[in-house]
Write a protein that binds this ligand. Structure first.
Ligand SMILES: Cc1cc2nc3c(=O)[nH]c(=O)nc-3n(C[C@H](O)[C@H](O)[C@H](O)COP(=O)(O)OP(=O)(O)OC[C@H]3O[C@@H](n4cnc5c(N)ncnc54)[C@H](O)[C@@H]3O)c2cc1C
Length: 395
């Protein structure tokens, strides 16, 4: 079946949705998702979204991002992300997203490797709050159509230019989606791992396709392991215990219930310390204790984590929980420039599937929702400008 659109977007997480919302209203947009619209990692994000609080924090935020990334980050991208952060938060608020406030002022939380609290949050379900509100806006737009359970299998390439994608739907029908511009927003690679916090259907499909067409890729070995996921013998997705829990005072214990690491060091450093401790102790996990934290604060800030742990048999207000590192995020991906353009004409990549260099070798906590949104908007702007240019030439 052949379908014609102006823009085709692969993926309905924050990167795909925000790209769609920033494209012109008179363009026909088709979005695909491999699963249902709610099954994206964007819905799972717990901790929050970073923002530049004020000009005095620019240097600190920049340095924290670079240091966490082992100074392998692209400085231009980091600067763009930080400078665009307030505008993005305003966009989100205009879409109906609510962040925690006290006396009418935003409150900020902190996670590992941040020199200062600069993370906006909504309980411990920030991703759901943001993504569901963006999704609602998209569903209200007449010019955007979402095809669920439709998997992109390849791109359509003609004379080195991307002309859309091939896909297959739930009824096993093969689709040819022709478009002037294509945006890959298909998320990470966690589905390729046995232990991951990601949805299992996120298997880096766009990367496989990109490799097949000789599209430039970058840092394929830069995979982030999250230090603290709830230990379980059950198969499937690992439940994340957000870093902001440690930011708000939770501590890590070894087998003898003694602290063994500074919990707020960057993720890769804490992960290494946990692995070494597990080996020393001969255990499959270490303990995370929230016992000294204020119970009201736990129930208010982390209701989802509290509820999930209770369902697994642990009352976090009274006892330690077993935690273990698991695959979490992919810093590498399809190489893109600062407007999210890939090395192939008319093909863009945004969100976790792309690599614009913001995260370097290791992502700073709560930078990925922001990065996805900033660079999705830039891709949409570039496409909008291309239509404007075409219009001018026609006149
Ligand atoms: C448990 C968890 C907690 C997190 N917490 C935070 C946090 O607090 N702050 C933060 O900044 N970041 C956090 N992150 C990271 C962040 O959520 C993700 O990096 C970000 O949401 C990625 O957005 P995305 O739009 O690129 O991809 P996703 O939201 O993963 O969306 C990918 C989309 O692509 C679709 N897709 C994939 N392959 C195909 C295909 N072949 N054909 C069609 N569709 C396809 C999927 O169905 C899905 O719709 C967290 C991640 C996890 C897993």
């Amino acid at each position: 079946m052949k379908i014609q659109a102006d823009v085709v977007i692969v993926g309905t997480g924050v990167a795909g949705l925000f790209s769609a919302l920033n494209l012109p209203l008179d363009k026909q947009i088709i979005m695909l998702t491999k699963a249902d619209v709610q099954s994206s990692d964007s819905f799972l994000a717990q901790g929050g979204i970073c923002v530049l609080r004020d000009e005095n924090d620019y240097a600190g935020y920049f340095e924290d991002t670079m240091k966490a990334g082992h100074y392998e980050n692209r400085k231009e991208s980091v600067d763009i992300m930080i400078r665009s952060s307030r505008e993005i938060i305003e966009d989100l608020v205009a879409c109906g997203v609510e962040f925690e406030k006290e006396n009418g002022e935003y409150i900020y939380t902190r996670e590992g490797a941040h020199s200062r609290p600069r993370i906006l949050f909504h309980e411990d379900i920030t991703g759901k709050e943001i993504t569901s509100k963006l999704l609602k806006q998209v569903q209200e737009r007449d010019n955007i159509q979402i095809l669920e359970y439709t998997t992109m299998t390849d791109i359509i390439e003609a004379e080195g230019i991307c002309r859309g994608v091939y896909a297959v739907n739930k009824a096993a029908e093969e689709l040819e989606l022709h478009a002037e511009h294509t945006i890959l927003a298909s998320g990470g690679i966690g589905g390729l791992y046995e232990h991951s916090t990601n949805f299992p259907h996120l298997t880096g499909d766009a990367l496989t396709v990109a490799k097949r067409h000789g599209i430039r890729l970058e840092h394929l070995d830069y995979v982030q392991i999250h230090p603290t996921t709830l230990y379980s013998k059950k198969p499937g997705r690992r439940f994340l215990i957000s870093e902001s829990v440690r930011g708000e005072g939770a501590v890590l214990y070894n087998k003898a219930k003694k602290r063994f690491v500074d919990e707020l060091l960057p993720r890769d450093v804490v992960t290494k310390a946990i692995r070494e401790q597990m080996e020393k102790d001969g255990t499959e996990y270490v303990w995370l204790s929230m016992e000294k934290m204020d119970k009201t604060e736990i129930l208010k800030h982390f209701p989802n984590i509290y509820k999930h742990c209770l369902e697994e048999g642990y009352d976090v207000t009274k006892e330690c929980i077993p935690v273990v590192p698991a695959q979490h995020y992919f810093m590498g991906g399809i190489w893109v420039d600062s407007y999210s353009r890939t090395s192939m004409e008319r093909l863009f990549a945004v969100g976790e599937t792309s690599c614009n260099g913001v995260h370097g070798a290791n992502r700073l906590a709560s930078n990925s929702l922001l990065e996805s949104l900033v660079f999705a908007k830039r891709a949409a702007r570039k496409i909008t400008a291309a239509y404007g240019q075409k219009e001018k030439e026609r006149k």
